[in-house]
Design a binder for this molecule. Structure first.
Ligand SMILES: [Zn+2]
Length: 454
């Protein structure tokens, strides 16, 4: 965005847009060293969302992409010799979207509670390839996977990176760490004979020693970050939906070791006490946060803790519970979260907590990750801030904001486009028509591009 900002300010201050445009184009024509030619693509955008400033640039803009990086951001519709021109002249361009809370190897349905008896890991893996593609085509070029089955999204991440599978760039936590009987333990209603007591496992811990080992095993298995269940949850068959499920020393052990290894920690926490314990221990993000109280809000502000509100999921599970889609134990909990989340999100935003876009896709169908934009705006969060949540803020939470999260020279070429101005009508975020990840176009004119066309 640096070039664009300089150009825009010159345009406004001195009225010398033509001169700057000419200078920039001649800079583009500077001979390159005699190495293999890098494919160049130029995107002609009617508008461009500047995620760093939280503002829309209304003027015509060209984004020049060389290989997988953004090379220039220029005013006007520029043509570069031998470059492929992509016409997005009726579109608003944005940085590739980021969802910091997904579960790509699973998708809830009424059948999910019995399917678990029949599905093998391979079934989850195969399904995850479809869910990953749907997520990418919805404009989400990067995701944070916060809880999977037996590290299958580590494999999914690796195969996407290697080019065997299409999907977003993945940062994964592997399986969520939970306590015995906790939200991520097998609290699935099976008899003890079938379920057994798994004892100390890679992700089910009791006590700080096991917590430390679990984090180190996750690191060893290739996880990028850690997810911990510090309170009960909605979708398991336990009755404890929001009470604490980890002690302070267990939470602290997880966070301290994760940070030693350069991994961030996300906690699933619905209740006020679980949130308080997690924030005081130094967690990087609180997920859901449904029953956060005034003390939690103050602590999160003081610690600079990110909040991933997963607002649409809360509304969705309440609607599904009303339709009788869940077992009785889940229904009781689901009916409480939908109405509460809207109050909590509004209060947290007003208080100035940092938000990152996280949706819990997988609890609702993958590919509808845009729904949170709609509900956040309904809840009083400004549209521009929701776009920052899903770009630069989400990248900051991943600690990769130097690489993506804005249309800035030198960053990865992740760009999406929508037909219209999302600041005037946020629902256009459901109509992503163009998707580029690392310089490769996966969707254009609303249609998926398959090889050899990309
Ligand atoms: Zn989740």
């Amino acid at each position: 965005m640096k070039v664009l900002r300089v150009v825009q300010s010159f345009t406004y201050l001195c009225g010398v847009a033509l001169w700057i445009g000419t200078a920039s184009v001649s800079a583009l024509q500077t001979p390159t060293p005699a190495t293999a030619p890098v494919a160049t693509t130029v995107l002609h955008c009617s508008k461009l969302f500047d995620s760093l400033a939280g503002k829309m640039w209304e003027g015509e803009t060209s984004i020049v992409i060389a290989g997988d990086k953004i090379q220039h951001v220029l005013p006007g519709f520029q043509n570069v010799p031998n470059a492929k021109i992509v016409d997005l002249t009726n579109q608003t361009c944005l940085p590739g979207l980021i969802d910091d809370h997904v579960h790509l190897d699973d998708q809830f349905s009424k059948a999910r509670y019995t399917e678990t008896l029949h599905l093998n890991l391979a079934d989850h893996v195969l399904r995850s390839t479809l869910y990953a593609r749907r997520t990418l085509l919805a404009g989400f070029t990067t995701v944070r996977n916060v809880g999977d089955d037996d590290y299958d999204t580590v494999a999914l991440r690796n195969e996407i990176n290697a080019g065997y599978v299409e999907g977003p760039r993945i940062f994964t936590a592997g399986p969520a760490i939970s306590t015995t009987g906790g939200h991520a333990d097998r609290t699935n209603g099976l008899s003890m004979e079938l379920q057994g007591d798994p004892g100390p496992m890679q992700s089910i811990i009791d006590g700080p020693e096991q917590a430390r080992k679990a984090v180190r095993l996750h690191y060893k298995e290739g996880a990028d970050l850690i997810k911990a269940m510090t309170s009960g949850g909605v979708m398991d068959l336990g009755t404890n939906g929001d009470g604490p499920q980890m002690t302070e020393d267990e939470i602290k052990a997880i966070i301290d070791v994760a940070h030693d290894y350069g991994m961030t920690v996300a906690v699933h926490a619905h209740g006020a006490e679980a949130i308080r314990r997690s924030v005081v221990a130094g967690v990087d993000s609180v997920e859901h946060g449904t029953f956060m109280d005034a003390e939690d809000i103050q602590l999160m502000k003081a610690h600079g803790t990110f909040y991933c509100p997963t607002v649409y999921t809360a509304v969705y599970v309440t609607e599904q519970a009303k339709k009788g889609e869940y077992p009785p134990a889940v229904t009781v909990k689901a009916l409480k979260v939908g109405p509460q989340i809207m109050h909590t999100v509004a209060a947290a935003y007003k208080a100035g907590i940092k938000f990152a876009y996280g949706t819990d896709a997988g609890v609702y169908p993958h590919g509808q990750n845009w729904e949170d934009f709609i509900y956040l705006v309904k809840d009083g969060v400004p549209a521009a801030y929701t776009l920052q949540m899903a770009t630069i803020n989400a990248a900051q939470l991943l600690k990769h904001d130097n690489e993506f999260g804005s249309v800035t020279v030198g960053k990865d070429a992740d760009v999406v486009a929508v037909p219209g101005n999302p600041l005037n009508d946020i629902t256009v975020m459901s109509k992503v028509s163009f998707v580029m990840k690392s310089g490769v176009i996966y969707k254009q004119d609303g249609k998926e591009l398959l090889p050899p066309n990309r």
